[in-house]
Ligand binder design. Structure first.
Ligand code: ASP
Length: 586
C-alpha cells in the first residue's frame, strides 16, 4: 500500500497514529540536528520531521539524498507540531518519520513548484505537467471538473441524453476555417474536424432523441485573437418541439444553477435586450452591464453648428466617464492616443469636462455653447465631475470604437469586478450579415437558423432586415452561449442556402444529407451551446480561458510542450497521398 492517507488530511485528531504518505518533496530544510521535508500531493502538504534524538543516522542520510520533486513514500507517527502553521489544514501536526523510501528521483525542476512561482509563462507552458502540480493551476482544473459534473447532473435530471458525435466529419460552417484530416483509405479525400456538432445534433432530433447534450471539443481554424483556442469545449444542446422561450428557460435554469452552486448567488429572471438595443446602448452585442456608462447619441444635437468634423458624420455618440473630470490634459491625451491605436482605429475624440460647479469646458468650445454641452451631458446621463468622451463616424465603426473605450474606462475605474455577475440574453439578432469582402450575405449565427415568421416577407426584398430566432447568453461582457430555433423545412433551408450564395449543386454536395433527412419528418427543434471554457473561467472570477484548459495552445496555435504542429515524415505524406507542401509563396 502506497499510502494510508493523503498529504492534505491529517490533523490533531490523528495524533499518535502510524501513517504512510506518498508524494513529492516540496521543500527540504536541514538544520543539522533536525530536518524538515514538506511532502506534497494533490490534496495538500504535510510536514515530515527528523531529529537527532529520535531518528537514525541512516534516515538522515536518506533524507539528505533527496532533492526537490523526488517522489517518496514515508511512514511515521503523527505528532503535534511545536510551531503551528495556521495557514494550512495540516499545520498543527507533523510526521515523525521512521522510514523514507525513494520511489523515483527527479531532475531539478526548471521553476519552483510553488503558488508564487519564479517561472515565466513560456517555461511553465513547456513544462505544463509541472505547472499542474501548483495549486493555482491544479485548482482551476479541479474547479472545471466540478462544473462539468454539475452540468451533467442538471441536464441528466431533465432527461437530456448525452450522445457522442463523431470527430472525423465533413465541414460544418460556423464561420471559421476547418481543420482537415487526410484519409489514407480514401486517396485525395479529407475529413474536417467539427466546428461544432451542429448538423449531428439536428439529425439526432430527427432521430427522435428529443433532448440531447454533450460536453464536446470543437475545432476552429481562426486567426487567434487574444485568449482564443483552436480547440475548445462546448456544452452543446438541442431539443425538439420547443420554441425559443422553452430553450431559454432550460438554459437560464442551468446558468442560474451553476451561479447558485459555485457562487452562492440567486438571480431572478435574466434581463433581455434586443440586438438593436444592445448596439444602440452599448455599441456591442455582448454588453457588460455590471456598470452603466450607456451611450448617449447626440447626432441631432451636435450637427449643424459649424463643426465640420461632426457635420460630415453618420453618428455622433458619447459616454460619461464617472469622476474623470479630474483627468489632466495629459491624461486625456493618453485616452486619445489609446483610441487611435490600430486595434481601436479611431481618428480621435472630443472631450467635455462637466465641472463640479455645473459649467462645461470642452475641446470644441468654439462651436458649442454651455447649453449645447448641457444637452449632450443629459443624453449621456452625466453628473458634475464626469468627463464626456464623444466619438463620431460610420455607425457600425464608431459604436465598436466607443464600446472598446467604454470597456477600457470601466477597467480603469475598477468597474469590471470579477465577483459581480450580470447575465443577460441578447435576442432578435439579424439573420444575415453583409460581408464587404465577398460581396454577399453570411449567416450571422449559422445557415440552419430560422428567420422570425413575422419577417418572412422580407427574405426576398430586404434580407438584411430579417431577424432570426437566435439568442445569446451574455455574462460580464462575454458571450457565453448562443443558439437558435432551426429551420426544419427543406424548402426554407434550400432558400437559405441560396441566399447565402450556395448553388443548388454546392448545397447538395455539402448538406445533401441534412436536406434528405428533412424529408423524413423533422420535428421543430432548436438548441444552443455554451462555451464551456469561458463559462468556467468567468464563474471562477477570471477571463483567461487557457488557465482552465489542461494543455492549452499558445497564441500562434502551438502546443509548445509536445511541439505541435510538426512536419510529418515523407513516407507518411506519401501514404496519405499528400504530394507536396506549399510554401505559401506560390
Ligand atoms: N452550433 C452553435 C455554435 O457553435 C450553437 C447552436 O446554434 O446551438 O455556436
Amino acid at each position: 500500500m502506497f499510502r494510508t492517507h493523503t498529504c492534505g488530511e491529517l490533523t490533531q485528531a490523528n495524533i499518535n497514529e502510524k501513517v504512510t504518505l506518498s508524494g513529492w518533496v516540496s521543500t527540504l530544510r536541514d538544520k543539522g540536528f533536525m530536518m524538515w521535508i514538506d511532502l506534497r500531493d494533490r490534496y495538500g502538504i504535510t510536514q515530515i520531521i527528523l531529529d537527532e534524538d529520535r531518528s537514525s543516522k541512516e534516515l538522515f542520510e536518506t533524507a539528505r539524498s533527496l532533492g526537490r520533486e523526488f517522489v517518496v513514500q514515508v511512514s511515521g507517527t503523527v505528532i503535534e507540531r511545536a510551531s503551528k502553521n495556521p495557514n494550512i489544514p495540516t499545520g498543527e501536526i507533523e510526521i515523525l518519520v521512521d522510514s523514507i523510501k525513494i520511489l523515483n528521483e527527479s531532475a531539478l525542476p526548471p521553476f519552483t513548484i510553488d503558488d508564487n512561482t519564479d517561472g515565466g509563462e513560456d517555461i511553465r507552458m513547456k513544462y505544463r505537467y509541472l505547472d499542474i502540480r501548483r495549486n493555482p493551476v491544479k485548482n482551476k482544473l479541479i474547479f472545471r471538473s466540478k462544473v462539468a459534473q454539475e452540468v451533467r447532473k442538471y441536464l441528466d435530471a431533465q432527461d437530456f441524453v448525452e450522445v457522442e458525435t463523431p470527430v472525423l466529419i465533413k465541414s460544418t460552417p460556423e464561420g471559421a476555417r476547418d481543420f482537415v484530416v487526410p484519409s489514407r483509405m480514401n486517396p485525395g479525400e479529407f475529413y474536417a474536424l467539427p466546428q461544432s456538432p451542429q448538423t449531428f445534433k439536428q439529425l439526432l432530433m430527427i432521430g427522435g432523441l428529443d433532448k440531447y447534450f454533450q460536453i464536446v471539443k470543437c475545432f476552429r481554424d481562426e486567426d487567434l485573437r487574444a485568449d482564443r483556442q483552436p480547440e475548445f469545449t462546448q456544452i452543446d444542446c438541442e431539443m425538439s418541439f420547443v420554441e425559443q422561450e422553452d430553450i431559454m428557460n432550460v438554459f437560464e435554469g442551468l446558468a442560474k444553477h451553476l451561479l447558485q452552486t459555485f457562487k452562492g448567488l440567486e438571480f431572478g429572471d435574466f434581463p433581455r435586450m434586443t440586438f438593436a438595443d444592445a448596439m444602440r446602448r452599448y455599441g456591442n452585442d455582448k454588453p457588460d452591464i455590471r456598470f452603466g456608462m450607456e451611450f448617449g447619441e447626440i447626432t441631432d444635437l451636435a450637427k449643424g453648428k459649424d463643426f465640420k468634423i461632426f457635420d460630415e458624420q453618420e453618428l455622433i455618440v458619447g459616454i460619461a466617464a464617472e469622476g474623470l473630470n479630474t483627468y489632466t490634459r495629459k491624461e486625456i491625451d493618453k485616452i486619445i492616443e489609446w483610441v487611435q491605436r490600430p486595434q481601436v482605429g479611431a481618428t480621435g475624440l472630443v472631450w467635455v469636462r462637466y465641472n463640479e460647479d455645473g459649467t462645461f469646458k470642452s475641446s470644441v468650445d468654439k462651436f458649442y455653447s454651455q447649453e449645447d454641452l448641457a444637452a449632450w451631458a443629459e443624453r449621456m446621463n452625466a453628473k458634475p465631475g464626469d468627463l464626456l468622451l464623444v466619438m463620431s463616424g460610420n455607425t457600425t465603426k464608431v459604436r465598436g470604437q466607443l464600446s472598446a473605450l467604454r470597456m477600457e474606462i470601466a477597467e480603469r475605474l475598477g468597474l469590471r469586478k470579477s465577483d459581480e455577475f450580470a447575465p443577460l440574453w441578447v435576442v432578435d439578432f439579424p439573420l444575415l450579415e453583409w460581408d464587404e469582402e465577398s460581396g454577399r450575405y453570411h449567416a450571422m449565427h449559422h445557415p440552419f437558423t430560422s428567420p422570425k415568421s413575422e419577417d418572412f416577407d422580407k427574405i426576398e426584398t430586404a434580407p438584411g432586415e430579417v431577424r432570426a430566432n437566435a439568442y445569446d447568453l451574455v455574462l460580464n461582457g462575454n458571450e457565453i452561449g448562443g443558439g437558435s430555433i432551426r429551420i426544419f423545412d427543406k424548402t426554407l433551408q434550400a432558400k437559405m442556402f441560396n441566399l447565402l450564395g450556395f448553388t443548388e449543386e454546392q448545397a447538395e454536395a455539402q448538406f445533401g444529407f441534412l436536406m434528405n433527412a428533412f424529408k423524413y419528418g423533422a420535428p421543430p427543434h432548436g438548441g444552443l451551446a455554451f462555451g464551456f471554457d469561458r463559462f468556467v473561467s468567468i464563474l471562477d472570477g477570471s477571463e483567461t480561458i487557457r488557465d482552465y484548459i489542461a494543455f492549452p495552445k499558445n497564441n500562434s496555435g502551438r502546443d509548445v510542450m509536445i511541439d505541435a504542429p510538426a512536419a510529418i515524415a515523407p513516407e507518411q505524406m506519401k501514404e496519405l497521398f499528400i504530394a507536396t507542401t506549399f510554401t505559401g509563396k506560390e
